[in-house]
Design a binder for this molecule. Structure first.
Ligand code: APR
Length: 251
């Protein structure tokens, strides 16, 4: 893989790096992305499964779908891209990992801190009293899990279409994109805002923005550099560059 001298220099010396990941970073773990011919939205209707009205209309159906997705995720393992990002986190003084993914694979790979823009499928909370369930819920068919505290409906802690993102997480993500020297967008189609605004903000604030994807995206022309290929190949190679070049530096 050929990278620019500018990226080489930033891998060696950048003190502040921000990374945004999308579904593509988990594709090699066997978790379907959302768009594209094999994507979830090619098989399931987001308007029937990923919004609060659909949930209130038929919570059993939504729980059945999230239980199916959790079963797939529990059988999956973090891949080399997830692990390489954990490696970068250990090497870089100010490293921020932001994800659109709800699959918890960054944390399972050992990431110390993950800003989860769209929530986490492993968590559930009560729509009445907001109490979080203490366990990971796998609902039986037709079952609708309820809150132990008040008996209210439990829902997955994920951001559905039409819902706002967790504001404190979002603010922290924007602050990181504004101060970083190097920004990576990995496996994100750049079609969903607010998340897609992060690499653009980073670029506006002078960061060098690198896109890693198997194909061009809506964001490609706004990035400083594009590396096309699988995240599971490219991110480990970038990490290898980084750790090698930082080893050479006098302490
Ligand atoms: N390596 C790198 N990129 C990949 C790989 C891979 N192995 N496989 C697929 N991709 C790329 C695709 O080319 C695409 O650009 O990952 C991207 C996945 O795009 P989407 O399916 O649109 O996923 P994402 O960008 O995360 O979607 C954003 O939309 O549906 C909502 O809330 C959901 O968080 C999600 C948001």
């Amino acid at each position: 893989m050929t990278i620019s001298a500018r990226l080489e220099a930033l891998l060696r010396a950048a003190e502040s790096i921000c990374v945004l990941t999308g579904a593509g970073v988990s594709a090699e773990s066997g978790i379907a992305t959302f768009r594209g011919p094999e994507g979830l939205w090619a098989r399931f209707k987001p308007e029937e499964l990923a919004n609060v009205d659909a949930f209130m209309r038929n919570p059993a159906l939504i729980w059945e779908w999230y239980t199916y997705r959790k079963t797939v995720i529990h059988q999956a393992q973090p891949n080399p891209a997830h692990h390489a990002l954990v490696g970068m986190e250990r090497l870089v003084r100010d490293f921020t990992l932001v994800t659109q993914n709800v699959d918890n694979l960054h944390a399972r790979a050992g990431a110390q801190k993950v800003l989860e823009l769209h929530g986490n499928i492993e968590r559930s909370y009560c729509v009445e009293c907001r109490t979080f369930a203490s366990e990971i819920i796998l609902a039986k068919q037709g079952e609708v899990p309820t809150c132990r505290a008040c008996g209210g409906l439990l829902r997955p802690d994920v951001v559905w279409f039409g819902e706002i993102l967790p504001q404190l997480v979002l603010q922290e993500a924007f602050r990181a994109s504004e101060r970083c020297e190097l920004f990576f967008t990995v496996g994100a189609s750049g079609l969903v805002y607010t998340a897609a605004g992060l690499p653009l903000r980073a670029r506006e604030c002078g960061a060098y923005v690198v896109e890693i994807n198997t194909e061009p995206t809506e964001l490609s022309h706004r990035c400083s550099e594009r590396l096309y290929g699988k995240a599971g190949d490219i991110v480990p190679e970038l990490f290898a560059h980084m750790s090698e070049s930082r080893k050479e530096q006098p302490s």
